[in-house]
Structure formats: structure tokens, C-alpha cells
Design a protein around this ligand. Structure first.
Ligand code: FA5
Length: 349
């Protein structure tokens, strides 16, 4: 058998060498690198392996020269592939090395915060009863937060709401009640809405008090609306949340913007009204969750609604306090710590 032409062999080797640079440049990831390595060096069909097969056909005199050419090509290929592997691991930007061969990290799905889940539950009960949902600004003027709600300047009732002032006129709203005024200024009765939102108070946090917390305000204004409607609606709402057997109590109270006013307590679900030393209810068997009352005629006058023709009622519910009972949470601060062991226990219904 005639010996293959050494010159032709050299040309074939050079052709592979020329293609190598382009092939390397096209590699984007570990899989591409593996494919290239196989194309050149695979034991069965790699280009270099096939050239070594050809080497056997050379006459003894040409074999050393042909072998040298081929070994040079093989070393060159191995060095280029090693460099390529390194560059895939270390991006040019100089950032930390990324090993593309490692298995990926599983991403976890986010979920709604427990307070948001509970707020939605409250919203859907009121929506079923035909209430709309409104909102208003968290930065309020003194007028909306206090004055239009019948708190005259320097009135001692303002002290019940420890207020965070921005300047003489602006403050962080201490309750969602100012939105009542904003809505009644814009819309004529009938009005039937709830207003969920954040409120702020200068409070030292403890297991049942936060400096920022959520309220849901309710407002109904129409002709012939009575306290019986207020009582019936709130009792129905609380039974939907806590079950038919829940005991509720309306306790006379005072708010400048409602007359008469009542705070609503629910039976203490922590001790079942049985533990005189209960830390949640202090042994009283009851826990306050909301303030309510009939809209004061002066408030109607402030928004140009005629109190002779219309009446209304309102309430303001503490979302965290109520959620603590619904879910059996002993400390309000758990809601804000974002400890996943806590937040993962809640699911959207
Ligand atoms: C009010 O804020 C009135 N605006 C409620 C109202 C609305 C009365 C409409 C009449 C008509 P009060 O300050 O009591 O009232 O707060 C209402 C509820 O918010 C409380 O029952 C309680 O559940 C919750 N709450 C009050 N302070 C805190 C606090 N520091 N941390 C967490 N929840 C609180």
C-alpha cells in the first residue's frame, strides 16, 4: 500500500487547526464544550482519533514526521479546550466563578402575607353584602384626620390618638376614619363602603400594640339607617369570620365622630372565657376588636349631607388584633418579623 502524502496530511491538519478557533468561539456553555471535545477527541469518531488511524498507513520513514504533526495538533486542541473550560467557569467581567455544571437552585414561590390574606377574607365578606372598597392617603391633613371628624383644635380626645406629625398641618393618619370624610365629600348617599389601610400611632410596641397597623373602616349612609343595621351587620360579619357560636358584646364608648358609640368585644378565644389569669384578655373573658357608632350629625354637616334626611353608621376594625384571634397568634409583632417559619403557616383560602 503506498504511503499517504505527508504534505496532504499536513494540509489536513492545518485545516482542522484553522477551524478550531471558530469552533471554540462558538461555545457558550458546558454542553457546547463537551460536544466540541467529542468532535475532535472522541475515541471512536473524533477527527484526531481518525488521523491517528491514518498514521498507521505511513511508511516507516515518514511516520515520525507525520506523528509529530499530529501530536502537536492534539496538544494544541487539549490546551484550547482546557482554556475554554476555565473561561466558562470565570466570566470575563471578573465576577465570582460560576460552575455551569452544578445543578440549579430551586426558586421558591412567594405568597401573600398573612395580613393580606386575612384582609382579603374581610373584604370578600363585605363585598358579598354589597359593600364597595375604597382607599385614601396615609399622609393626612389635620383637617381630615381630626377637625372634620369633630375633634376641635386642642380637644382632649385628640390625646387618645398619639399622633406622628410631619409638620403643623400634615401627619401620618392615626385611623382610617378620615377617608369617611373624603368619600362623603365626593359622593352623595347611598354610601356602603369599607376602607382597608395602614395607620400610624406613636406607640411602644407590645404583644397587642404596634406603631403601624392595619384597620378596616366601614361606612354606611342612607335614609332610615339605624343602630340595628350596624349591630346586625357587624354580628353577621364576625360570625362569618369566627363561626356561628361566637359571643359578641357591644359596649358603650365615646368617639367624637359617632353618637352613640360602641366598642365591640368578642369572647376571648384564647381561654374560652375560662381562665381568670389569661394573658390575652386579662381574665375578663372579652377582647375589644373594633370601635363603631352612628355618624354624628356634625360630621354630616361638615360634608354638606343633611342629617335630617340621612343617617349612617361606621366602624373601625383592627386587622392584626382580629387576625390574632382568628389564627391564635399570641404576639402582634410576629406579623412584621417576616420569619418564614411563621409566614409559611398561612395559605390562601
Ligand atoms: C379608631 O381608630 C376609630 N377610628 C374607630 C371608629 C371608626 C369608631 C368609625 C367609630 C366609627 P380605636 O383607636 O379604638 O378607634 O382603634 C380601632 C381598633 O384598632 C381597635 O379596636 C384595635 O383593634 C385596633 N388598634 C388600636 N390601636 C392599636 C395598636 N396600637 N396596635 C394594633 N391595633 C390597634
Amino acid at each position: 500500500m503506498p504511503s499517504p502524502d505527508l504534505e496532504k496530511f499536513r494540509i489536513a491538519i492545518d485545516a482542522h487547526r484553522a477551524k478550531l478557533a471558530d469552533a471554540c468561539a462558538a461555545v457558550r456553555d458546558a454542553a457546547g464544550l463537551e460536544e466540541l471535545r467529542n468532535r475532535y477527541l472522541s475515541r471512536k469518531r473524533g477527527f484526531v482519533t481518525l488521523l491517528f488511524e491514518d498514521l498507521k498507513k505511513f511508511e516507516a520513514a515518514d511516520k515520525p514526521a507525520a506523528g509529530q504533526l499530529l501530536n502537536l495538533l492534539k496538544t494544541e486542541i487539549q490546551e484550547k479546550l482546557a482554556a475554554l473550560e476555565e473561561s466558562l467557569r470565570t466570566p470575563a467581567a471578573g465576577g465570582p466563578g460560576v460552575d455551569l455544571t452544578l445543578p440549579g437552585e430551586r426558586l421558591t414561590w412567594g405568597a401573600a402575607h398573612p395580613l393580606r390574606i386575612f384582609q382579603r377574607e374581610i373584604e370578600s365578606i363585605f363585598q358579598e353584602m354589597g359593600f364597595g372598597i375604597e382607599d385614601g392617603p396615609e399622609i393626612e391633613t389635620d383637617y381630615y384626620n381630626f377637625e372634620a371628624l369633630n375633634f376641635p383644635p386642642n380637644h382632649p380626645a385628640r390625646d387618645d390618638w398619639d399622633t406622628l406629625y410631619i409638620n403643623d398641618n400634615l401627619l401620618l393618619r392615626t385611623h382610617t376614619s378620615p377617608v369617611q370624610i373624603r368619600i362623603m365629600e365626593k359622593h352623595k348617599p347611598p354610601i356602603r363602603i369599607i376602607i382597608p389601610g395602614k395607620v400610624y400611632r406613636r406607640e411602644t410596641p407590645d404583644p397587642t400594640h404596634a406603631a403601624m397597623f392595619f384597620q378596616v373602616e366601614g361606612l354606611v349612609v342612607d335614609r332610615n339607617v339605624t343602630f340595628a343595621h350596624l349591630k346586625g351587620t357587624l354580628e353577621y360579619f364576625l360570625k362569618r369570620l369566627f363561626g356561628d357560636k361566637l359571643k359578641t358584646r357591644f359596649r358603650p364608648s365615646f368617639f367624637p365622630f359617632t353618637e352613640p358609640s360602641a366598642e365591640v368585644d368578642i369572647e376571648c378565644l384564647a381561654c374560652g372565657q375560662k381562665d381568670p389569669a389569661c394573658r390575652v384578655c386579662g381574665g375578663t373573658g372579652w377582647k375589644e376588636i373594633l370601635g363603631s357608632g352612628m355618624v354624628d350629625p356634625q360630621v354630616f354637616k361638615n360634608v354638606n349631607i343633611d342629617p335630617e334626611q340621612y343617617s349612617g353608621w361606621a366602624f373601625g376594625l383592627g386587622v392584626e388584633r382580629t387576625a390574632m384571634f382568628a389564627y391564635g397568634i399570641p404576639d402582634i409583632r410576629y406579623f412584621y418579623e417576616n420569619d418564614l417559619r411563621f409566614t409559611r403557616q398561612f395559605h390562601l383560602k
